[in-house]
Design a protein around this ligand. Structure first.
Ligand SMILES: [Zn+2]
Length: 64
């Protein structure tokens, strides 16, 4: 697995993940670890071990 600074996700996982609400592409945030859907303005947390929690109930809205 190639080392990617600021990434805790397994290689290739981000490319196949999609937002459970809108099915859109996600991007990774390093700190605190989360996957962001810019369309929904939701951040899905990434648990210890690099496992994203892809539940709307677990997501928090963000603004930036
Ligand atoms: Zn979305």
């Amino acid at each position: 697995m190639a080392a990617r600074p600021d990434s805790v996700l397994p290689e290739g996982l981000l490319e196949i993940m999609q937002c459970p609400r809108c099915a859109g592409a996600l991007k990774e945030r390093a700190a605190p670890p989360a996957l962001l859907c810019e369309a929904c303005r939701l951040a899905y947390p990434i648990a210890d071990g690099g496992i994203p929690v892809m539940l709307e109930d677990a997501a928090v809205s963000f603004d930036d």
